[in-house]
Design a protein around this ligand. Structure first.
Ligand SMILES: Nc1ncnc2c1ncn2[C@@H]1O[C@H](COP(=O)(O)OP(=O)(O)O)[C@@H](O)[C@H]1O
Ligand SMILES: [Mg+2]
Length: 385
């Protein structure tokens, strides 16, 4: 699975579509799905696309997820319950409807569809054209943080509520959740966990799309750090819309010079990741033929699925010692950026506004963290033997 993300308008959809055509023409059965509510894949391929995979090129299919239909299948019970609680609390029905539209829900629903498509085993490659800023990928860390609660506390609470439902309902004045609501929460938890496992697994990686402008690059660098924090592997960078230097007038000359400077910075920031480059064209790369050219320019004679091997997320300490070390790649950070805390079996790693709560692997749970450092973009937490 390849996920394309980056700031709005930098060329995510174009890069996803170009990579898909390239993968398809190398003989791989390829599906492209957009999780961005703006359905721009149809515009990029210049073809009508339905809610089921639609063939657009040799070995390439595109799907526009019908999130409404998915919603009804997945979350309708939960929404019904939230609405009844808000109703009982005196919130007016129209405001209540709005309150229960979860931010990012559309994207998560599209990712559920992606999971189902992967499960069919029909595809060699699934390419995901993500919404800007990768906010949803961060959202997917939620099940991990909630897993302790859902797996241990939730079943108990469910039994208690079942027994006390009539009394509680009278006392609290709000409807108590029925079994179908608990079922929905558990299903949602399971669904999100599966999507996350898939996207952070060994067969998935994220490609950051950027244009060579300092503001765009700064955001891509932050995305690189936080995606790593949440366990996603970034395997390369697409630098799009690079001004060609030939025959430039003074205005373009200045842009060429500025972009070259930023590109050098990109090389430094993302090393050793590959930087795939694409020129700013005189027209929009729309339609299969244009997208094929775009993909060919991007990857040259390389295969679009080449990537460096996955770094492991946790490893044992140095051979011969009994120290255990938990490691996590955190590119682009120093020790000053990272805050660590612990509550029992869960370790919290915080960078600015982002926090990952990570249940410790079983062999580290009873131990004390004795030291921590950030070395060459990698966090290492040492535990007592
Ligand atoms: N290298 C390029 N040269 C010229 N136009 C491009 C290039 N890459 C993308 N575009 C155009 O820029 C616009 C935004 O690209 P798009 O892929 O939709 O960005 P995103 O998905 O990141 O919002 C589209 O009109 C697209 O055709
Ligand atoms: Mg797009």
């Amino acid at each position: 699975m390849l996920l394309f993300t980056g700031k709005g308008g930098v060329g995510k959809t174009t890069a996803a579509a170009g990579s898909a055509i390239r993968a398809g023409r190398s003989g791989l059965r390829t599906l492209v799905v957009s999780t961005d509510a703006a359905h721009s894949l149809a515009d990029a391929f210049d073809q009508a696309i339905g809610p089921e995979p639609t063939a657009v090129d040799d070995q390439v299919w595109v799907q526009q997820v019908d999130t409404q239909r998915r919603f009804e299948r997945s979350w309708a019970d939960l929404q019904g319950y939230l609405l009844s609680v808000l109703d009982a609390s005196g919130v007016d029905p129209i405001a209540a409807e709005e309150l229960t539209v979860l931010p990012g829900a559309d994207e998560v629903l599209a990712l559920l569809e992606v999971r189902d498509q992967v499960a069919t085993g029909e595809w060699d490659v699934v390419i995901v054209d993500c919404a800007p800023t990768a906010e949803t990928l961060r959202l997917l860390a939620l099940p991990e943080a909630l897993s302790w609660y859902v797996e241990r506390v939730f079943p108990v609470e469910r039994r208690v509520i079942k027994a006390l439902r009539p009394m509680l309902a009278r006392a609290a004045g709000v409807p108590m959740p029925h079994d179908s609501v608990f079922d929905a929460v558990e299903r949602l938890h399971g669904d999100l966990g599966q999507v996350r496992d898939l996207l952070t697994g060994p067969d998935a990686s994220v490609r950051l799309v950027l244009t060579p402008e300092s503001v765009v690059v700064a955001e891509a660098r932050r995305a690189f750090t936080t995606l790593s924090l949440y366990g996603y592997r970034v395997d390369g960078v697409v630098a799009n819309r690079i001004f060609p230097a030939a025959e430039a007038d003074p205005w373009r000359d200045q842009w060429v010079a500025a972009q070259q400077e930023v590109l050098a910075e990109v090389e430094r920031s993302f090393a050793p990741l590959p930087i795939w480059r694409s020129a700013y064209r005189a027209h929009e790369p729309v339609g299969s033929a244009e997208l094929a050219t775009f993909g060919a320019e991007l990857y040259g004679h390389h295969h679009p699925l080449e990537w460096p091997p996955a770094p492991s997320t946790a490893r044992r300490g140095p051979a011969g010692s009994d120290a255990n070390v938990l490691t996590m790649p955190l590119p682009g950070t120093t020790a000053d950026d990272v805050e660590l805390s612990r509550s029992g079996p869960v370790i919290h790693v915080t960078i600015g506004p982002y926090r990952r709560s990570l249940p410790l692997p079983a062999h580290l749970r009873g131990r004390t963290a004795t030291d921590a450092r950030v070395l060459n973009g990698q966090l290492e937490v040492e535990f007592s033997g």
